[in-house]
Design a protein around this ligand. Structure first.
Ligand code: NFE
Ligand code: MG
Length: 591
């Protein structure tokens, strides 16, 4: 028996430590620890609920708009503020853009290097790479020539010759588990560089609607956007005296096309090509086998007037799938104390009701109580508390959230586009449906949902334009915001699907002030530590997914990175930081 420690796991957001107990190179038990504390929930106490969105989006530098919208929805739910249909559409577009942007960045800049050996690309023949590009993405008209790939290869050679690999330093280059031919490695590296420029450009959609990115500006009661008042503005490119004028809407349309093109011509074909070399990873990293979605993207077709978010009218449906059984979708109620709970059995927090009593977020508590060893330490005490992340549970069960849950829920509900895309992908790869329950299945699901949502964004954008042309210009309800009209007490739950999965905020308002605020976040669901039912451990998704991995070289635990990255961790979100004492060393220790 030996314990492998990876701390911090890199190419993620925030600070994550994995301790894996191995026997004969196979992981028998894994412990997932968030090693930094953040206290947004504490900061929000006694504040004006109208300000909550601005604070909560500082939970994270990645999914800033996700927290903002979720927070606004929680306050709107508490105060029964309905919003206009155009505001729903704009929020759909903002969240959809967040998914597509984030998934591409995750794939190329955070996860691909687990599968792509950058140094091997130096051996590639650019002519073959160009042919490969044409083969896997025939519709791509640019950046597909031998000359282009020669330039990329020279760039890479210059970089390597400089001896300063920078962000590629400490990669496990040459690891026997890298299986791609040099030409595919070069292709992926070229797209790594292209995706850097692409992501900067498509972030402009958030700036049109939210003023800036990250941390766009929002407000309760809709979207603070004025939409062009005149049809001719749309037609003639004349700048109107409004903030979202022709230029803004045209830019949104352009960005959506830019997103769809990159997803269709680069991201999807690259994922399929890479996955074809790693088919064994469609049977590893299964995880807990339970999947949860709060659901999101209000269906705006046919919607008129003002409305709250209705859980039964969502593009990604709400529900729970248990034991990989797609034939039953269990209903989920976010207000039911039996259903959404957070436990701190293995976390560095105290509950006034005792550490082993689960709490629903309305009654949630955030009382830090660090009981771990003082750094520098060799091990965490994984038999006791070992993480700043709490453990959310649905009826006591650990749930995976995120792209795989979204795609499975759409598939289980019979969404035609999803079914066609998933079935075609599996047929092309000659894999059964069960292949989705895996590390590579999770990664492929993220790619497929980027396509599903990018395509849907074009539909929402058309609806927005149709509404404007029909004279419905409202994005905001100006009669709201008056605290003198609020009830003395109110509770509200806001939900959203973020790129990493189900995000919920719960707020309790007393006499115009926040008396309790709890965010239960996607990475908390996935990264949370063990809980116990009748003393039997219930592992979270990260921990469960790592068990059974065989490490080809324990000094370079690439397999751990592959499976952890397949979830796209965001520890900033998970623990909601800055602890000046935090461990900063990049280290892999074999103890
Ligand atoms: Ni910090 Fe976030 C997303 C939210 S995640 S990135 O997606 O909410 O755990
Ligand atoms: Mg929380």
């Amino acid at each position: 028996m030996s314990t492998i420690v990876v701390d911090p796991v890199t190419r993620i957001e925030g600070h994550l430590r994995i301790e894996a107990v191995t026997e004969d190179g196979i992981i028998k038990q894994a412990s997932s620890a968030g090693t930094m504390l953040r206290g947004i929930e504490i900061i929000l106490k006694d504040r004006d609920p109208r300000d909550a969105w601005a604070f909560t989006q500082r939970i994270c530098g990645v999914c800033t708009s996700s927290h903002a919208i979720t927070s606004v929805r929680a306050i709107e739910d508490a105060l029964k503020y309905k919003i206009p249909v155009n505001a729903h559409i704009i929020r759909n577009l903002i969240d959809g853009a967040q998914f597509v942007h984030d998934h591409v960045v995750h794939f190329y800049h955070l996860h691909a290097l687990d599968w792509v050996d950058v140094v091997s690309a130096l051996k590639a023949d650019p002519t073959i790479t160009a042919a490969l590009q044409t083969c896997i993405s025939p519709s791509r008209q640019e950046n597909n020539t031998p000359e282009y790939f020669t330039v990329v290869k020279t760039k890479l050679q210059t970089f390597v010759n400089s001896g300063q690999l920078g962000i590629f330093n400490n990669g496990y280059w040459g690891h026997p588990e890298y299986k791609l031919p040099p030409e595919l490695n070069l292709l992926a590296f070229a797209h790594y560089l292209e995706a850097l420029a692409w992501q900067r450009s498509v972030a402009r959609l958030h700036a049109v609607f939210g003023g800036k990115n990250p941390h766009p500006s929002f407000a309760i009661g809709g979207m603070p956007c004025a939409i062009s008042l005149h049809d001719e503005d749309l037609a003639t490119n004349q700048k109107a005296d409004t903030r979202i004028d022709k230029v803004g809407l045209a830019l949104v349309g352009e960005v959506i096309q830019q997103m769809r093109k990159f997803v269709d011509q680069v991201y999807v074909p690259d994922t399929l090509a890479i996955a074809g070399y790693y088919k064994d990873w469609f049977t590893k990293g299964e995880g807990v086998g339970n999947f949860l979605t709060y659901g999101d993207f209000p269906i705006t077709a046919g919607m008129t007037g003002d409305s709250l978010v209705e859980p039964n009218n969502l593009f990604i449906p709400r529900g729970v799938i248990l034991d990989r059984n797609l034939s039953v979708i269990h209903p989920l109620d976010m207000n039911d104390p039996e259903q959404v709970q957070e436990l701190v059995s293995s976390s560095w927090y105290n509950y006034s009701v005792g550490k082993d009593t689960p709490l629903h977020p309305y009654a949630g508590e955030t009382t830090p109580n660090y009981t771990g060893p003082q750094p520098p330490y060799e091990h965490l005490d994984v038999e006791k508390a070992y993480s700043w992340v709490k453990s959310p549970r649905w009826r006591g069960k650990a749930m995976e959230v995120g792209p795989l849950s979204h795609v499975l829920m759409l598939y289980a509900k019979g969404h035609e586009g999803t079914r066609a895309l998933v079935d075609k992908t599996l047929t092309d790869l000659k894999l059964p449906l069960s292949a989705l329950f895996s590390t590579m299945g999770r990664t492929a699901a993220r790619t497929l949902e980027a396509k599903i949502l990018a395509d849907e964004m074009a539909v929402w954008f058309q609806q927005l334009q149709d509404n404007i042309k029909a004279g419905d210009l409202r994005t905001h309800n100006p009669t709201l915001f008056d605290p003198s009209t609020w009830p003395a007490q109110a509770t509200g739950a806001g939900f959203l699907e973020a790129p990493r999965g189900a995000l919920g905020h719960w707020v309790v308002i007393n006499n115009g002030k926040i008396s309790n605020y709890q965010a239960v976040v996607p990475t908390t669901w996935n990264a949370g530590p063990r809980t116990f039912v009748n003393n039997v451990p219930v592992s979270g998704p990260y921990e469960a997914a790592l068990v059974g991995h065989k490490l080809a070289n324990p000094d370079q635990p690439l397999e751990i990175l592959r499976t952890i990255h397949s979830f796209d961790p965001c520890m900033g979100c998970a623990v909601h930081v800055m602890d000046a004492e935090g461990e900063e060393l990049i280290q892999v220790k074999i103890l």
